[in-house]
Design a protein. Sequence first.
Length: 116
Amino acid sequence: VQLQASGGGLVQAGGSLRLSCAASGGRMFSISDMGWYCQAPGKERELVATITSGGGTNYADSVKGRFTVSRDNAKKTMYLQMNSLKDEDTAVYYCTLITYSEPRYWGQGTLVTVSS
């Protein structure tokens, strides 16, 4: 399975971005849970949001009410709608395909920079 993340960029605080994660190379996407992680400079990678194969979602407290994760199984793509962005959201965002409750496959990351 290959994952390709895209959609990052430079945005002002309070603005919005939508990240995409396209999967290829297998049939696992539609039956797998997926997730978004982020890694800020000097910090460890941390969970942002997950979405189950059935569409159930879970969010880190820091993004609840601002970020929305979704998926389109027909397009084998997962999305992260990021609204009301804050300086502290600046990070590289990675998508992952989860198997047996563990992140197993990773995309290459897309950089989100929020300027105040």
